[in-house]
Design a protein around this ligand. Sequence first.
Ligand code: TXA
Ligand code: MG
Length: 355
Amino acid sequence: MKKTILLKVNPRKPEMDEIHVAAALIKSGGLVAFPTETVYGLGADALNPKAVRALFAAKKRPPDNPPIVHISNAKDVHKMAKGIPCDAEKLMKAFWPGPLTLIFKRSPIVPDETVCGLSTIAIRMPRHNVALALIKESGCPIAAPSANLAGKPSPTSAKHVMEDLEGRIDAVLDGGPTRIGVESTVLDLTVDPPEVLRPGGTSLEKLKTVMKQVVLNPVVTAEEPVPLKQVRSPGLKHKHYAPKADLIVVEGDLEAVAKKIIELTRHYIGSGRKVGILATDEAAGRYAVCNVKSMGSRSNSATAARNLFRLLREFDSEVVDIILAEGVPTKGLGLAVMNRLRKASGYTIIKTDNG
Ligand code: TXA
Ligand code: MG
């Protein structure tokens, strides 16, 4: 086990002494977790194959799932990608720095390790001063998947990173809780029309203000496992976001959802299981078990997104056997919240709507 050092930094104006320590580690092939506006990432020099191999090992990440490469200057896209379509310039101008990852054809300077041998590369510029300072000072693009053990919910605080990776990585830059709480939207620009492979921090509604045409890959709205041959984003094949407890998502009109959750709670408590409920403010007061957590109001998808992974991890630490989760509307960031919840449940979904 190595010693993981915790470097506290001001998220808006990071202290350069700490950034220099972290950047020196990245430059020498080390692994440093850092905050972004979405979730914490686990960074390694994207152009150093040995560092990238260590990144996969630390996370126990399946070897066929490439990380996102983070940059601090949009010009760097041209070094790592080729055949950049016209739409890309518009998107980068509108959404970078920000929670949008773009998939391009890769250039030969990118090591095979960084893209798992694919002919494409995922790139984004994060909107967080700690992340941007680290990339600049390191002087290299930083490959950074979310800083959790593979399969676990993404970390939205340095504490979550330490729970999963302490002793396995060199350092964590602690810049406090992240603002958005779900990962970036992944948009594939190598196909026409461009396709959303993972819904995330940039909503579909926002993308549509800039793009004439954009489509959702079937995995985005899937309500059951999608056959492997239809899966184009490697990460989507693997188990994800899963808390230790079983999770059931109950979807439909709020009245019917609340009724169903009350019925299921009785059933599971009756059979001796410890139940947790992931609710929204509008219905949280109606559940009579003690372990009820609210994601916030149903009308505020940004709040639900910010709270989701933190609450799933809280249930983990409180020894719950089964989590009953209310579905939320799929508008705005609600699309990403529902995508994560359905995946976390292994597609155990109960629909309460008639017909
Ligand atoms: O917000 C985020 O995106 C966070 C922060 C740290 O930036 N990062 C993150 O990385 O969520 P990760 O590695 O956990 O998720 C990257 C996703 C995976 O679903 C992966 O399969 C997909 O991007 N991806 C990476 N390269 C790809 C490629 N060439 N083609 C299609 N999908 C790709
Ligand atoms: Mg991840």
